[in-house]
Design a protein around this ligand. Structure first.
Ligand code: BYC
Length: 318
């Protein structure tokens, strides 16, 4: 393709973005746009699938049948989110096998939040309330992201996340209204999950290498710091309502800003976790690799069945 032709395509692409039109898989797109989307969508898909593990840890120990059914449904939803997102990512010309390989080899990231352990039942409440709560804040703007398949996947994901957030908050509320031991368990879970939930929304804007370009392409519609502020402002009154304390001595309402000021996150801890040295990184990856290896016979059987079926169709046609 000549330079002039490429320039022309770039202009058409930029104009579409400016008009808020969706970019679809068969449309021409700059190679960097494609790569950036593969990076973010695949990391998002991996996060959904790895994110099933900390909650999966409590299925057998849910305190009642009702809680167990809701937790199972939530975890199955996360699997569904992973599948839509892998499918959306595949439309950019990368295979499912390549994507898994990147996760298993440590080349692709997944959300830092899922490298923390789930120590008590209250952690199921804290994850739903805080982690899914932060995810909704991050993902609602992604419903109007510029890449069509990603935006459409996000619409359904957000509806389901909303149920997840409520089931988590309901667990926390029940514990907070329970015995002193139950309330203490809820407070302990909030203490452990608060800061990792804030860090889940990414590094400070000043440290974020991708935000500027991703905002120009309308992949990201809000910056990491904007999302974090929105999360704090939404969550603090919820904690107040159920009588739990946010573990931040610097948290203070700022009347001028009409939002909360809050303390510094431990960015050393964040980068350690992102680089693979969090409390559960090794355990999470080995669980995924193990599932992939153990599932080989299922993939082989499905392929053999599909081939046999194909052969039958060909034979009948002759
Ligand atoms: N963890 O320039 P930045 C769920 C990386 S699952 C790990 O700000 P960007 C759920 C970042 O990738 C939902 N790494 O990046 C499931 C980059 O490194 P690379 C998960 C992180 O992309 C089960 C570098 O740091 N949500 O809800 O502009 C149960 C610089 O960062 C993290 C998504 O995946 C992190 N937290 O912004 C319950 C949402 N943060 O790639 C719940 C989609 C940053 O250059 N993703 N890094 O090597 C996004 O919105 C954006 O990718 C982020 C980061 C806001 C996360």
């Amino acid at each position: 393709m000549s330079e002039k032709e490429v320039k022309n395509l770039e202009e058409i692409f930029d104009a579409k973005i400016a008009r808020d039109e969706k970019i679809e898989p068969k449309d021409w797109m700059p190679e960097k746009y494609r790569q950036t989307h593969i990076r973010q969508i695949s990391q998002h898909a991996h996060s959904e699938i790895v994110g099933m593990l900390p909650e999966g840890n409590w299925i057998t120990r849910a305190p009642s049948l009702k809680r167990k059914v809701a937790l199972l449904a939530k975890i199955q939803d996360e699997a569904g989110h992973g599948l839509y997102l892998y499918s959306a990512c595949e439309t950019l010309g990368i295979s499912r096998e390549e994507l898994y390989e990147q996760l298993h080899s440590g080349k692709a990231k997944y959300s830092s939040i899922f490298n923390y352990p789930t120590l008590t039942w209250a952690d199921m409440g804290a994850i739903g309330w805080l982690v899914d709560g932060a995810a909704i804040i991050n993902q609602v703007p992604l419903c109007s992201t510029s890449y069509g398949p990603y935006a459409r996947a996000m619409v359904r994901v957000c509806k389901e996340e909303s149920f997840h957030q409520r089931q988590g908050f309901q667990i926390m509320m029940t514990l907070a209204e329970g015995t002193p031991e139950q309330k203490e368990m809820a407070q302990d879970a909030l203490n452990r999950w608060w800061w990792p939930s804030l860090m889940m929304l990414g590094p400070l804007d000043a440290e974020s290498v991708h935000t500027e370009q991703s905002m120009k392409w309308k992949l990201k519609r809000k910056s990491n710091d904007e999302l974090r502020q929105q999360f704090v402002d939404q969550t603090v009154p919820q904690a107040d309502m159920i009588g739990l304390t946010i573990p931040d001595p610097d948290l203070k309402w700022n009347e001028e800003k009409k939002s909360y000021d809050f303390g510094e996150m431990n960015w050393d801890e964040f980068w350690q976790v992102v680089k693979g040295h969090g409390p559960c990184n090794k355990e999470r990856i080995s669980a995924r690799v193990n599932a992939w290896e153990k599932g080989k016979w299922v993939r082989d059987a499905a392929m053999a069945y599909a081939e046999k079926k194909e052969e039958k169709v060909v034979k009948q046609a002759i």
